[in-house]
Design a protein around this ligand. Structure first.
Ligand code: PEP
Length: 272
């Protein structure tokens, strides 16, 4: 059974000290977390992506809950080591407890000029190692959406980004569909439109690659008020939350609202 995903992308926010304070509030706000057995029925997984400098602090805190709270980096570089000032390797983030790596976030693409080809090399490097699942971000800008070109655009991003796994059997992959026009704008996708493009992405990956544990998650202005509608759609396997994840109480509520749909209704109270 593929677990639904509720992921937090903290972007360039929170020092390690702030992360400790965040988790103190977050963990306190989840009913039943101390009762670990109750979480075995929960068909949802939490992922946090703090900054590199806060990963180790976060890892120490979440270690007792590692069966349902996982860590992700926000980026990696594809080389193993060497003269790559400012970059961070896959081994380094694994050493800090990461199970996932976000790759190709639109802020990396648009602010730092990451190309589809570079992103493809990063995906290749992740699959060259064990124990790490990529969260590959794709998504069109408003101009493309207005011309109804989103499927073609995303198809191209997937083709280049996943080029290295053509003909290979892959056990786990997360695609984060994050339309650029929805990120940080307060303009989330309509749930029906989300369902449509997620269905397209799933169909495209299934037809062209061999991925066993594919999950297609949505990101872009997810809040407490739209999480249930989005997560109720069969092709939306989870969410990647930016701005609304920065407040531990709000993110906890988002998690509870989502988890209530996936086996946590008895144990989690959405409006606590
Ligand atoms: C993101 O940047 O991954 C994101 C989804 O941001 P926000 O939730 O703030 O739109």
């Amino acid at each position: 059974m593929k677990k639904k995903i509720i992921a937090a992308n903290f972007k360039m926010n929170k020092t390690d000290e702030e992360i400790r304070k965040y988790f103190a509030v977050f963990l306190d706000n989840i009913n039943g977390l101390k009762n670990r057995s109750s979480f075995q029925n929960l068909d949802a997984e939490l992922i946090f992506a703090p900054t590199f400098t806060a990963l180790c602090a976060a890892y120490k805190i979440i270690l007792p809950y590692f069966d349902f709270i996982k860590l992700s980096s926000q980026n990696i570089y594809y080389e193993k080591s060497g003269a790559y000032t400012g970059e961070i390797s896959i081994d380094m983030i694994k050493n800090c407890g990461c199970s996932y790596a976000i790759i190709g976030h639109s802020e990396r693409r648009n602010i730092f000029g990451e190309s589809d080809e570079l992103i493809g090399r990063k995906i290749e490097a992740v699959y060259g190692e064990c124990g790490l699942t990529p969260i590959l971000c794709v998504g069109e800008n408003l101009e493309i959406r207005n011309k109804n070109g989103q499927e073609k655009f995303v198809e191209n991003q997937l083709n280049i980004g996943l080029n290295s796994i053509k003909g290979r059997k892959i056990s786990s992959l997360i695609i984060a569909y994050e339309p650029v026009w929805a990120i940080g704008t307060g303009m989330p996708i309509k749930a029906d439109d989300g369902e449509k493009i997620h269905g397209f992405i799933r169909g495209y990956v299934d037809a062209n690659f061999s991925v066993e544990g594919l999950r297609v998650i949505y990101g872009g202005s997810v809040t407490e008020s739209n999480i249930k509608e989005l997560m109720a759609k069969p092709h939306i396997d989870g969410v990647l939350v930016g701005g609304a994840s920065l407040d531990p109480k709000i993110f906890c509520n988002i998690f509870k609202l989502a988890a209530g749909l996936y086996g946590g209704a008895d144990m989690l109270t959405a409006n606590k």
